[in-house]
Design a protein around this ligand. Structure first.
Ligand code: FAD
Length: 314
């Protein structure tokens, strides 16, 4: 992790700065770049605009993570359920992303499970078919077994649940063995929670692990079981290798997706769309934008000007 990224993460974790930034303005240039709207209606408008203008789909994510206050948990759940209803009403995919620690897993797993079921039921229009999913994000390693278990329970209950797995984690190929036999959506990311004891070390090894996991996701067995691979990356070199593999293995373009964060590499999002591939953006909304947006800045030093502008003049 670079010094720049460490600084950004420290800024993201500062509660005082976070409160101050929320109070300054709902739409600083930083928020506008990485956040799809201050509330659900604005987020759905952004999603509709992307769909209409570019054929880009969206997954709505209500900002707020690692929450242990009962009222805040209930608020997060209500926002996710509201997002499902609003997307349905707008005729868009009912697709939401959910952090287990935002909906109860910081307090009690049973509460988190109940809340996940509530959101999943709101996302269910056509069970396991089409492009309606509640996708579970993957957080730090303490949540990994619990999130995988939740994913299984939801699928067994007929809820259209998807899962995120992190390529940097050495256990991921084992988790994939089960997942590729299910009618589920599986988003593969490099992983944002490094843990030396559990991970592949270094960029080259993580990239190779990503490709190895992608090869499992694009296996014949996965194609035959109705599994939906999603490649959550902005790395065009990896995407090129994945496209080649998909072609070799006979995957039609409509059977898999690339997913990127709203505001990150929009040029590459559009390029993939022009080539006829499915692109989705992970579209965060809500007022608690500071930690999320500053982490995005930290991922690329070229974003530093955005942070400087927000802190000085917005
Ligand atoms: P990188 O090698 O980091 O980047 C590839 C290229 O994209 C580089 O050129 C880089 O400069 C550019 N780029 C990357 N980020 C930015 C940015 N912010 N601004 C400008 N350029 C940028 N992680 C988890 O641990 N759990 C999750 O549940 C999770 N969900 C995710 C969902 C989606 C849809 C995506 C796209 C990412 C998610 N992540 C999650 C984050 C992920 O793990 C990576 O940390 C992040 O995507 C950066 O990795 P990359 O694959 O884009 O590759």
């Amino acid at each position: 992790m670079s010094m720049f990224q460490r600084t950004a993460i420290a800024l993201a974790r500062s509660p005082g700065l976070g409160r101050a930034m929320r109070a300054v303005a709902a739409r600083t240039s930083l928020a506008a770049r990485f956040v799809g709207g201050a509330d659900v209606d604005a987020a759905v408008r952004t999603a509709a605009r992307l769909r209409e203008a570019h054929g880009i789909r969206a997954s709505l994510f209500y900002l707020g993570e690692y929450v242990d206050d009962a009222d805040a948990i209930e608020h997060n759940v209500a926002q996710a359920v509201g997002a499902c209803r609003a997307l349905d009403h707008a005729g868009l995919d009912v697709h939401v992303s959910v952090d287990p620690t935002a909906i109860g897993y910081m307090r009690d797993d049973a509460l988190g499970q109940d809340n996940a079921r509530r959101i999943g039921l709101a996302a269910r229009r056509t069970v396991g078919l089409g492009r309606d999913w509640m996708v579970l994000d993957m957080e730090d390693s303490s949540l990994c077994d619990r999130t995988c278990a939740l994913h299984r329970e939801l699928l067994q209950a007929g809820i259209p649940a998807g899962l995120t797995l992190q390529a940097r984690r050495r256990r991921t190929p084992l988790d994939l063995v089960w997942a590729i036999r299910q009618r589920t959506s599986l988003r593969l990311v490099k992983g944002a929670f490094p843990e030396r004891a559990l991970d592949h070390a270094g960029r080259a090894r993580i990239d190779q692990a990503y490709l190895d996991a992608a090869a499992i996701m694009l296996s014949r067995e996965a194609l035959e079981s109705g599994f939906q691979p999603v490649f959550g990356t902005h790395d065009d070199r990896l995407a090129g290798a994945i496209l080649e593999l998909a072609r070799e293995r006979g995957w039609p373009p409509e059977a898999f997706e690339f997913e990127m964060l709203y505001g990150v590499r929009p040029d590459w999002q559009l390029a993939l769309r022009r080539l006829g591939y499915n692109v989705r953006v992970y579209l965060p909304f809500g007022g608690d934008w500071w930690p999320y947006a500053v982490r995005r800045v930290g991922e690329n030093p070229r974003n530093a000007w955005l942070l400087a502008r927000t802190l000085t003049s917005d």
